[in-house]
Design a protein around this ligand. Sequence first.
Ligand SMILES: [Zn+2]
Length: 214
Amino acid sequence: MNIVILGPPAVGKGTYAGFLSKKYNIPKISVGDLFRRAIKDRTELGKKIKDYVTSGDLVPDEIVIELVKNRLEEDDCKRGFLLDGYPRTVPQAEAMMKFKKIDVALNFVAPDEVIMERIGGRRTCRKCGAIYHIKNVPPTIEGVCDQCSGRLVQRSDEKPEIIKNRLVVYREKTKPVVEYLREKGLLADVDAHYDIEEIDKIISQCEKHLQKLS
Ligand SMILES: [Zn+2]
């Protein structure tokens, strides 16, 4: 089962992929992790990636493609994989169709308001780093950490206007890829608006899509 995972920031892709990875016993591969590992191991590709990342540029398609191709050729991917963070562009998607078959692209969708509330409600302790949520995981005393009495603050990248912008950028960038995969008949939408306590409702939708494959 070769599965590609799509979805906006904070929709919970990592969590769902972790669940599916255990259930189907296939590796979960994140392109962000591959970048970090290549940089740390100072491989040829890693050195190039580091240059782009340090200068704030996007890593070009041919480098991302080679990195992912190499990883998917490893033994643990023979029975399948869950790939998060790829393809991000149409050329990346086209390249992948040549070296590995994509069985399905699970596209996790949730309304902007849901994502805004999930991230926008987060509060982080300045002292110990504990994370709260004003609605879902509130501290006993407002604005004060239960564990260390530190002050709870909203991180600057979790402010509403920043999240809104990240969502706009995500949509603009991935729209062509989503359309491409839809045209190929590979896209499977998963309604991910549920709270984390209701994760079963999200996983069961994934399972329905995956059952059609076997
Ligand atoms: Zn604390």
